[in-house]
Design a protein around this ligand. Structure first.
Ligand SMILES: [Zn+2]
Length: 344
């Protein structure tokens, strides 16, 4: 089959790799119908040191079950399924408390002999635990919306949930990428009244307004924080959802949050130390968030997608074939595209 491999920064290739097959009785093989490029794929795209053992790319996909191992009970050939961005057994102690990203049997796509999602097919470990069946056909117009359950929608929702967003709340969302826009959708879904979106790309923040942002702040840093204060009677918002992953955005979050408030960070951190010193100690700020256990949220969010009340698939603004995926990486890296959908 054909699959996406990264050999170095700025060097993404589509090559022949071994077809997936059932290794364990709990595996399934899924033919990929839709995949996409993630903002987090851009970190290695910017920085990967050249290697002869390329990375198998992609962790967001949905598709059709082609084959199941002898111990797979809940799925059969022909089922349309979505995969969360990590696999998990859905039965261990961590999974039972909704922390599927810490699953004792879990792991990441594209490593240790498991296929990446940006290819024609994937061997899925712990298929019963990992995959969620979608009640639609593989020709459904909702597939791009449903694909966001794989990562960005659940990641935005994780930010809103861990920040404790509730009805009537004031929320600042930092970042107008696909996760930030999904955080806007999620804050709205949980009943936030004021949603301030901080971002400077007009087409993206316009989409954010469609998704429920009540205000947009294009300024960054101290000016951006001052603007958030103006919009909140000088106090800041009770919740801040940090969806970028850079130190500056976390600093901006501390500026935008109201005393006693909560910052949740779901942007994969590209830094090691968080500035959380005496000044913020005096303000009783809570810092939370982390990697989203997407599997824990899929069933909860899916009905909102199926009934059309949210349209998270609008974050996809370009569609490419698998063979052209390198152009998708380039377009997202150059900010020509917000999020690129891949049809193998
Ligand atoms: Zn588990």
């Amino acid at each position: 089959m054909r699959a996406t491999l990264m050999y170095a920064a700025d060097d993404v290739r589509v090559e022949d790799v071994a077809d997936p097959w059932i290794h364990q009785p709990t595996d399934a093989v899924v033919r990929v119908v839709l995949s996409c490029v993630c903002g987090s794929d851009l970190w290695p795209y910017k920085s990967l040191v050249p290697t002869d053992t390329p990375r198998h790319m992609g962790h967001e996909f949905l598709g059709v079950v082609e084959e199941t191992g002898s111990e797979v009970r809940g799925l059969r050939s022909g089922d349309v399924v979505v995969a969360p961005f990590t696999y998990s057994d859905n039965t261990c102690e961590y999974c039972r408390e909704g922390l599927h990203t810490s699953c004792v049997h879990g792991g990441q796509w594209g490593v240790k002999g498991v296929d990446g999602g940006q290819g024609q097919a994937v061997r899925v470990p712990y298929a019963d635990g990992t995959l969620v069946k979608l009640p639609v056909g593989e020709d459904s117009a909702l597939l791009p919306d449903l694909l966001t359950l794989s990562d960005v929608l659940c990641t935005g929702y994780h930010a809103a949930r861990t920040a404790g967003v509730e009805k009537g709340d004031s929320v600042t969302v930092i970042g107008d990428g696909a996760v930030g826009l999904s955080a806007v959708i999620s804050a709205r879904l949980l009943g936030a009244e004021q949603i301030i979106l901080m971002g400077r790309h007009r087409t993206r923040t316009d989409l954010g307004r469609d998704f429920g942002a009540t205000d947009v702040v294009a300024d960054r840093g101290e000016e951006g924080v001052a603007r958030v204060k103006e919009l909140t009677g000088g106090k800041g918002t009770r919740r801040v959802l940090e969806c970028v992953g850079l130190k500056d955005s976390v600093v901006q979050g501390f500026g935008a949050v109201r005393d006693g408030g909560t910052i949740s960070r779901v942007g994969a951190p590209q830094f090691t130390d968080v500035p959380f010193g005496f000044r913020d100690f005096l303000r009783n700020i809570t810092l939370t968030g982390g990697v989203a256990p997407a599997r824990a949220y899929i069933e909860e969010l899916m009905p909102h997608v199926l009934d059309g009340s949210i349209r998270p698939g609008r974050v996809f603004d370009r569609t490419l074939g698998l063979e052209d995926i390198a152009e998708g990486y380039r377009a997202m890296n150059d900010r020509d595209a917000l999020k690129v959908l891949i049809r193998p």
